[in-house]
Design a protein around this ligand. Structure first.
Ligand code: FAD
Ligand code: SIN
Length: 543
């Protein structure tokens, strides 16, 4: 089946939905999402969305904090743009029905503002500790009311369709025409054709064994864009959140940084504090510093976790401010009002991604990227807490504005797109291959491409992932596709891109720490790492 619309949006998190709501004012939008609409990292966001709304705060301060956190690699123009656009986009979210927690006693601000690591001011708007769920609820409601938006749930984007793929002739300026999409329930692949295609598929936390991310975060967008010829940047900067709950029955549950913002202190098993040895902001230092400090302390002590102590706050406050975290802890037998919470660092956020310019445009014409899948230049080498939801709404608007200017003059191409060729049509009899490779990739990335890296570890990871990629490639062409196989193929590709970007950076900066280059190289202007299919082919030839 061929489905045609003006806009094809891949993903239904904050980026995909915010863009779609706007684009629906121009034309028909198809949102393709691989599970239920609500399933996204957005839905699990806790801390909130950073923006300057208090009179005591300033744009310059938010800009400085973002640049400081980004360790010299942010694009300052983008930082300025995102920060100053922030309040306008927050007003829009409120207009669309998002209910942020209001300030008690109206202490100079209408909304209660949280504080998180690396922020010098309270500036994080939140909906208690379920901010993402509230944003997703409001945006889904808004999108579902719009007759110009059709949402295709359980539809998995497999590959982008480009002019060069269709014609078999490499194009100097390639163009995206749509995507092949696997209809999971019916087991068939449809062609989605559109005038403009927006990738909003989120991040890739599942590449790592321990992650705060939900199951959808398998890096599909980065892998698809890479295969389609787009540039991928800065994949070495994987952010590890310092405080993921350490409990056998809740492996991906986040304990928000906002808990430290309200006075939570990191401690060792002995009860001793340790962050004062690493940064003047102690437990509220930027995430890269805190995660690395915990990693160092755990390696020194041999303990399995550290502890987050917020017992200085009373029970009523904790129940009100963190109802979700409080309840989850109680369910698991941890009373956060009485005892410290066991925590470990976990892969949390992909700072790099599909490289875009200030309008959200990739190198492939008509292909845009928005949200965690994109590398806009905002985060540099380490994202400032709660800047991700902000980036998504600012860039959704940016892309919409850009497309609005060319919309009328951009016509639908009349190139015929062939239906998907199923190639290997056999049912798989070896699903064990998929699950073994899945586990091996995640373990290998955790052990060798984690918080602390070295040339030897990276080389080891490279060798293993190359073998796995080869195995998956053989398997992929021989059997019928399934969601699991598609995710595995993308996960392996993203692991490869993280390793190659890590190998390319001959210094330690922000989230990338390599024992063989322990210092930051400030001898020249810091550069982004960029990887494309052609660059990867070149690397293979030279090894
Ligand atoms: P997502 O919200 O992840 O949405 C991606 C969408 O794409 C999903 O609908 C998914 O199903 C779909 N998709 C993926 N692949 C395919 C495919 N192949 N075909 C079809 N559909 C596909 N950031 C903050 O700023 N503040 C916070 O407080 C905060 N807290 C967080 C807490 C947690 C636990 C986590 C995991 C992240 C948190 N973050 C936070 C980060 C932030 O939530 C994400 O970066 C942001 O929500 C990403 O939004 P997105 O729209 O780009 O992607
Ligand atoms: C958190 O609540 O700690 C997550 C915030 C973020 O990832 O920006």
């Amino acid at each position: 089946m061929e489905i045609q619309s003006d806009f094809l949006v891949l993903g239904s998190g904050i980026a995909g939905l915010a863009f779609s709501i706007k684009a629906a004012g121009l034309g028909k939008v198809s949102i393709v999402t691989k599970k239920a609409t609500v399933e996204s990292s957005t839905n699990y966001a806790q801390g909130g969305i950073a923006s300057v709304t208090a009179q005591t705060d300033s744009f310059e301060s938010h800009i400085r904090d973002t640049l400081e956190s980004g360790a010299g690699l942010c694009n300052e123009n983008i930082v300025r743009y995102v920060v100053t656009e922030g309040p306008g986009r927050i007003d829009e979210l409120i207009d669309w029905g998002v209910m942020f927690t209001r300030a008690e006693n109206n202490k100079g601000t209408l909304y209660d503002l949280g504080r998180e690591g690396g922020h010098t001011h309270r500036r994080v708007l939140h909906a208690s500790d379920l901010t993402g769920r509230e944003i997703e609820r409001a945006l889904i409601e808004k999108a579902e009311q719009n007759n110009n938006i059709s949402i295709y749930e359980n539809h998995f984007a497999v590959n982008l369709i480009t002019l060069s793929k269709l014609t078999g002739v490499p194009q100097i300026q390639d163009r995206c025409l749509g995507a092949y999409v696997f209809d999971v329930e019916h087991g068939c692949v449809h062609t989605f054709r559109a005038r403009f295609i927006v990738l909003a598929t989120g991040g890739s936390g599942k590449v790592y064994l321990i992650t705060t991310n939900p199951d959808i975060a398998t890096g599909d967008g980065v892998a698809m864009a890479f295969r389609a010829g787009a540039e991928i940047s800065n994949m070495e900067f994987i952010q590890f959140h310092p405080t993921c709950l350490y409990h056998p029955e809740a492996r991906s549950f986040l304990i928000s940084e906002a808990v430290r913002g309200e006075g939570g202190i990191l401690k060792l098993k002995s009860g001793a504090t340790f962050m004062e040895k690493y940064h003047p902001l102690k437990s509220l230092a930027p995430r890269d510093v805190v995660a690395k400090a915990i990693d160092t302390e755990l390696k020194k002590s041999g303990d399995e976790c550290v502890y987050l102590d917020i017992t200085r706050r009373d029970r009523r406050f904790l129940e009100n401010r963190f109802p979700h975290i409080y309840r989850k802890c109680i369910e698991l037998g941890i009373d956060m009002a009485e005892e410290p919470i066991p925590v470990v660092p976990a892969a949390h956020y992909q700072c790099g991604g599909v490289r875009v310019n200030e309008h959200g445009e990739t190198k492939v014409d008509r292909l845009y990227a928005c949200g965690e899948v994109a590398c806009t230049g905002l985060h540099g080498a380490n994202r400032l807490a709660s800047n991700s939801l902000l980036e998504a709404v600012v860039f959704a608007h940016r892309i919409y504005t850009r497309i609005s200017m060319v919309y009328e003059s951009t016509q639908e191409g009349i190139i015929e797109i062939p239906a998907w060729d199923p190639k290997g049509a056999a049912e798989s009899d070896e699903s064990i291959v998929v699950s073994n490779n899945w586990d091996e990739i995640r373990m290998c990335m955790w052990n060798y491409v984690g918080i602390v890296r070295s040339n030897k570890r990276l080389e080891r990871a490279r060798r293993r992932i190359d073998i796995i990629l080869q195995e998956i490639n053989e398997y992929y062409w021989n059997f019928k596709i399934t969601s699991e196989l598609l995710e595995l193929r993308n996960l392996a590709m993203v692991a490869k891109l993280i390793i190659e970007c890590s190998c390319a950076r001959k210094e330690s900066r922000g989230l990338h720490f390599n024992l063989d280059y322990p210092g930051r190289d400030d001898s020249d202007t810091p550069k982004d790492t960029i990887i494309t299919k052609a660059i990867l082919r070149g690397l293979k030839k030279n090894t």
